[in-house]
Ligand binder design. Structure first.
Ligand code: NDP
Length: 447
């Protein structure tokens, strides 16, 4: 059967076997579509049913998370950990706490994570987890009690050689601290390598907090470099104002660009003089307030409620909020407004229709699984430092991150050329990541 037909059969089976999980279907579709040329060259992958095996997680864990709020009311949330694939190393991937989390979101993220981790070239497999718990508006004590209850189940499934969770949306340094504390208490083991994204006071690594956002911008810089260009003087829009967005904004400014707008789920802030990132950090990381508070201190800036940040014209767009946040209509607006480069900081923020609009308009595009791999790469560096009881400086860690991002960029670029699709970073990333996982799976036999 030709590879294209085989892909359709496999995709149909994925949809049937995972009903209602539209984000997972979308992520699988995107990867399958772009690896057809690799399947044409490697009959052995089909014979060993590598794709069918990759689409089926090795293990899926769903559990109850009961906890009590500050008024003594009991709440029940649902916890997830999907251990997708360990061909390249222990499962590795973040935990997301957000009310939208369900199995389909965790599986899409785990599936993406597998290829992303492979692209880093580091010994880490793919997994993802989380809960439908909403930390927004909850007190520190409530978040702590939730994290303790979540870990009381999760601890039996993880370990430095088994599965190493980290942060994602809604899970930052505070949550990782509470999760680590409870793991240590239950197991009676100080196992630094069991979680990454830890605080610097107890085994965390320099640049982990900044790594995803910085890495996205390093990737953008590498793309621009291929045409003799740079971020210097560029007008940039970044969506979101969480961990990835904050440090993407910081790095764009360090490299001479200007971020003129950013957002949260309530709307966006437009500041033509350039977003004041220290103020934004204070609002988001310290005070945990809504983004509209920005204009109290910078009255020349405008807060626009309930509208898409993509209506602000820019040369470079960096979506760092959530999945499917750039619609086809947003893509048309961006391309018409002069955007020539889109680099995904979030996971799958661009709808397939928007990706097509960008391709037709000649807008260069970098998929998140390549461009946002800096976070997990820095996590792998944190694991290395924990294992060797070493601790690197900020400058050394940032240099390593930059090298890793350059290397990922160059391999995506070269793989796209090898398959006759120069400049197609989606194909380059998917084929390079897929080949690495497939080769390891072939070597391990049928497991
Ligand atoms: P955070 O929780 O720190 O921040 C998310 C930001 O996005 C918040 O500002 C949030 O606003 C905003 N947001 C969420 N939903 C929407 C929406 N529908 N419209 C507009 N804004 C929205 O998460 P992270 O920064 O950690 O993660 C962001 C993305 O990057 C996710 O896709 C994540 O999977 C991905 N990622 C994260 C990595 C990491 O290291 N943290 C690594 C690789 C990828 P509000 O506060 O109002 O909800």
């Amino acid at each position: 059967m030709p590879a294209r037909d085989k892909i359709e059969t496999i995709y149909g089976s994925v949809v049937r076997r995972n009903p209602g999980e539209s984000e997972f279907h979308q992520a699988v579709r995107e990867v399958l579509d772009s690896i057809v040329p690799a399947l044409d060259r490697h009959a052995e992958y089909a014979e060993a049913k590598i794709i069918e095996r990759i689409c089926e997680p090795e293990r899926q864990i769903i559990f109850r998370v009961p906890w009590e709020d500050d008024h003594g009311e009991v709440h029940i949330n649902r916890g997830f950990r999907v251990e997708f694939n360990s061909a390249l190393g222990p499962y590795k991937g973040g935990l997301r706490f957000h009310p939208s989390v369900y199995l389909g979101i965790v599986k899409f993220l785990g599936f993406e994570q597998l290829f992303k981790n492979a692209l880093t070239g580091m010994p880490i497999g793919g997994g993802k987890g989380g809960s439908d718990f909403d930390p927004r508006g909850r007190s520190d004590r409530e978040v702590m009690r939730f994290c303790q209850s979540f870990m009381t189940e999760l601890y039996r499934h993880i370990g430095e050689h088994t599965d190493v969770p980290a942060g994602d949306t809604g899970v930052g340094a505070r949550e990782i601290g509470y999760l680590f504390g409870q793991y240590k208490r239950i197991t009676n083991r100080y196992e630094s390598g069991v979680l990454t994204g830890k605080g610097l006071s107890y085994g965390g690594a320099q640049v982990r907090r900044e790594a995803t956002g910085y890495g996205v911008v390093f990737f953008a810089e590498e793309m621009l470099r291929t045409t003799g260009d740079s971020l210097d003087g560029k007008r940039v829009v970044v969506s979101g104002s969480g961990n990835v967005a904050l440090y993407a904004i910081e790095k764009v400014h360090q490299l001479g660009g200007t971020v003129v707008a950013c957002s949260d789920s309530s709307g966006y802030v437009h500041d033509d003089k350039g977003i004041d990132v220290e103020l934004l950090k204070e609002i988001k990381e310290v005070r945990r307030e809504r983004i509209s508070a920005y204009t109290d201190v910078r009255p020349h800036a405008a807060f626009v409620a309930d509208r898409s940040v993509w209506e602000v014209p820019c040369q470079v767009a960096v979506p760092c909020a959530t999945q499917n946040e750039i619609s086809a209509a947003d893509a048309v607006t961006l391309a018409a407004g002069g955007t020539t480069l889109v680099v995904e900081g979030a996971n799958m923020p661009t709808t397939p229709q928007a990706v097509r609009v960008f391709a037709e308009a000649g807008v260069r595009f970098a998929p998140g699984k390549a461009a946002n791999a800096g976070g997990v790469a820095a996590s792998a560096l944190e694991m290395q430092q924990n294992a060797s009881r070493d601790s690197w400086t900020f400058a050394h860690s940032e240099d390593r991150l930059r090298e890793i991002m350059r290397d990922i960029h160059d391999r995506c670029h070269a793989t796209a050329e090898e398959y006759g699709m120069p400049g197609d970073y989606i194909t380059g990333a998917n084929i390079d990541g897929f080949r690495r996982v497939a080769e390891a799976m072939l070597a391990h036999g049928l497991i």
